[in-house]
Design a protein around this ligand. Structure first.
Ligand code: SF4
Length: 364
């Protein structure tokens, strides 16, 4: 087993070493964790969605607790192989919103550019599991040229989200070439990167890497911390490096049953995130992906969490709770009801304590 104490620091802290030695098989994981029978059996039939866990991410799991929130995001259970009537292979209809391969154009002024189908760690709750992890391939130069041509021809696109898979599974040189190509398109005003590397392989965020990114400002990054236990010394350092390079960080948590679906965990998470300069951005209701039914929570749970955040902690620490509408409708905010009623003269509201207030409309 690849345990931190047995590995020279220069290897353990080398992101490529972590990537190369991802734990992928039952025997590797059985050495690392006290696996349950369900986990063992599930690890023998993972053809539907790959398993791959960096030794670092495995090291922050509780080897003896099958309910460990880190473990539950990474090790499959039998429930993942059960189909349900609400399951959709492509819940956000990304394939139908894909005018050319590797581009998803769902909103008017922005596109998603998928540059790889490889990740440092394969999250069991992945929305894009229909295409991620099977071949571990990245976009080819020819495919990239077609995708870039599409962006060039669509002058309404002012924001490009570079995602995957995890774009940070590509090496610096390859990523630099891609970012440079996007950056030179005049109407692209901002580049965003979506990555879980700061959480699953924080050593990826080297000083050299952030210096490379700085060339392409304004550049933003969306990360995905789902539980406070993911905020370690290593992931903190990764986020601090990015923030120091002037890269604003937004967090997109997925609400997951048994992992982070309590007010206490979410409050702790958002408060820890702002301490490491990561702004809580979205709290996602779990998508209707095949094999995710056991992760889904009632929508009322998300509303309850929002009710207990608003007013109870700093406003900038509160994410927007959204449902990404099945069928490609985009993100729809879901909030507790604060407006009790409204007339042309006034609006009657309640605050976070349940107290009622009236705000008069302008006098005509
Ligand atoms: S890092 Fe993102 S794309 Fe990769 S498995 Fe996790 S959620 Fe899916």
């Amino acid at each position: 087993m690849l345990k931190k104490q047995d590995i020279p620091a220069q290897d353990w802290e080398d992101w490529q070493w972590q990537f190369r030695y991802r734990l992928r098989t039952l025997s590797q994981l059985d050495e690392a964790l006290n696996l349950t029978d369900d986990e063992k059996e599930s690890l023998t039939k993972t053809t539907r969605f790959a398993v791959g866990i960096t030794p670092y991410f495995a090291s922050i799991m509780d080897p003896h607790d099958p309910n460990c929130p880190i473990r539950r995001q990474a090790i499959p259970l039998g429930a993942e192989f059960i189909s349900h009537s609400n399951d959709l292979p492509d819940p956000l209809a990304e394939e139908t919103r894909s005018p050319v391969p590797y581009i998803v154009h769902r909103y008017p002024d922005r596109v998603l550019l998928i540059v790889t189908e490889t990740c440092h760690m394969y999250c069991r709750h992945c929305t894009r599991k229909r295409r991620v992890g099977f071949h571990e391939e990245a976009i080819t130069s020819e495919q990239l040229a077609i995708a870039l041509k599409y962006i060039e021809e669509h002058t309404e696109v002012r924001d490009v989200l570079v995602s995957g898979g995890d774009p940070l599974s590509l090496g610096d040189e390859r990523l630099e070439r891609i970012l440079a190509e996007v950056h030179r398109i005049k109407h692209v005003e901002v580049i965003r990167i979506g990555s879980r590397a700061p959480i699953t392989n924080p050593f990826r965020i080297t000083q050299q890497f952030v210096e490379m990114l700085r060339q392409f400002h304004p550049i933003w990054m969306n990360v995905q911390f789902n539980h406070p236990n993911e905020i370690t010394a290593e992931s903190t350092k990764a986020c601090e490096r990015l923030a120091d390079a002037g890269i604003p960080l937004g967090n997109q948590t997925v609400l997951l049953r048994g992992i982070n679906d309590t007010v206490e965990i979410q409050k702790h998470l958002v408060q820890k995130l702002v301490q490491i300069r990561v702004r809580p951005y979205y709290l996602y209701q779990c998508d209707l992906v095949q094999g995710l039914e056991h992760f889904r929570t009632p929508v009322s749970r998300g509303i309850e969490i929002m009710e207990h955040l608003r007013g109870h902690t700093s406003g900038f620490a509160i994410p927007t709770f959204v449902i990404d509408a099945p069928g490609g409708g985009g993100k729809i905010p879901v909030t507790p009801h604060y407006v009790l009623y409204q007339t042309p003269e006034k609006i009657v509201l309640r605050n976070y304590e349940g107290k009622v207030f009236t705000y008069p409309e302008p006098i005509k």
